[in-house]
Design a protein around this ligand. Structure first.
Ligand code: HEC
Ligand SMILES: [Cu+2]
Length: 321
């Protein structure tokens, strides 16, 4: 659709769903108002009531059941169609490029795995899946890229994930779509979709102070994590889990939480565990994990999460999300 630009196959699917909803709603509207009009004309004052009685005698249960069931089936099919699109939006394919996006009154800070940083700008390659890990440093924001038909609330203290594969190059706007204070309306930025070659060139020409994972490794030592957690497959600390669980192989593994739920340790799990360590049932460690809420900034947390992912090298980044 040219009057509503789209930049991904997902956007086209969302538009198709919208068109389907509109068409079916219009059909229902037409049917209801058409029948109303018909009956207004048929039973208008002055016509003999004999016809009315003849028609009323025709009321049948079969007819009632059929039209109720058919309507229900149509709207249930719409529900399944929409649910499927919604669920897909939260399952990034393995190997997606992970980009960390932090909302803050009133700007968007963006960090790339290579260590590049930007403000109110997002560069991505066309044809490759990109996962956004969204969080806020203050109030609730909402990250929306209309041209890709994706948006999600951005909450302080936890990660939300969105993903997309853009399929055309160009520059488009993204927005904060949750009123978040005085300068909310200026909390926008530019999404630039580049060809694979241009993206590689852009990464090279944008200064970065070491990859995100390398920054995270330094932080892991500086913040004291390494005092409790093993983070190397090699001696000396490889198998030492007396003080705390090992970070090796944690990312992408299945973990059981205190409430009995089993979850896959994805980027959001790592982030949320550092902010507030989950109590594992039956865990007995010599130490207790302190909360790092407010101690580490979201930029630092992103670096730590990127680093912890490299400790599961058999998995491509973001697998298992
Ligand atoms: C004083 C020791 C200590 C320090 C320092 C510490 N942790 Fe922990 N951490 C623990 C313990 C103990 C657990 C297990 C909690 C439980 O299951 O009850 C844990 C749990 C975790 C988990 C969840 C893993 C799981 O298997 O449940 C992550 C992720 C984590 N820590 C990362 C970090 C990072 C990153 C840092 C540094 C910023 C850090 N920890 C600092 C002791 C510590
Ligand atoms: Cu905002």
């Amino acid at each position: 659709m040219t009057w509503l630009p789209e930049a991904s196959a997902h956007a086209m699917r969302i538009d198709l769903l919208l068109a389907g909803l509109v068409v079916i709603s219009l059909a229902v509207l037409g049917l209801v108002f058409g029948l109303m009009l018909l009956n207004i004309l048929r039973f208008r004052a002055g016509r003999t009531t004999a016809i009315a009685r003849a028609i009323a005698a025709h009321k049948s249960w079969r007819f009632e059941i059929v039209w109720t069931a058919v309507t229900l089936a149509i709207f249930f099919a719409l529900f399944l169609w929409a649910t499927q699109l919604y669920v897909v939006g939260f399952r990034p394919p393995a190997g997606a490029i992970q980009v960390y996006v932090t909302g803050k009154q009133w700007m968007w800070k963006v960090q790339y795995p290579g260590g590049q940083r930007e403000i109110n700008a997002l560069h991505v390659p066309a044809g490759r899946p990109v996962q956004l890990l969204l969080t806020s440093e203050d109030v609730i924001h909402d990250f929306s890229i209309p041209v890709l038909r994706i948006k999600h609330d951005v909450l302080p203290g936890r990660y939300q994930s969105l993903w997309f594969t853009a399929d055309r190059t160009g520059s488009f706007r993204f927005y904060c779509t949750q009123f978040c204070g005085l300068a909310h309306s200026r909390m926008t930025g530019t999404l630039t979709i580049l060809s694979a070659a241009d993206y590689a060139g852009w990464l090279n020409s944008t200064p970065a102070s070491g990859s995100l994972a390398a920054t995270g490794e330094a932080l892991f030592i500086r913040s004291g994590c390494s005092g409790c957690h093993a983070s190397s497959r090699y001696a000396p600390d490889a198998a030492d889990t007396s003080r705390a669980p090992s970070m090796v192989g944690l990312y992408g593994s299945r973990v059981v939480l205190a409430d009995g739920r089993a979850v896959v340790a994805d980027a959001a799990f790592l982030h949320d565990s550092i902010v507030d360590a989950p109590r594992r049932p039956g865990a007995s460690f010599a130490t207790e994990m302190p909360s790092f809420r407010g101690v580490l900034s979201e930029d630092e947390l992103a670096a730590l999460v990127a680093y912890l992912q490299t400790l599961s090298p058999t998995l491509p980044p973001s697998a298992g999300n």
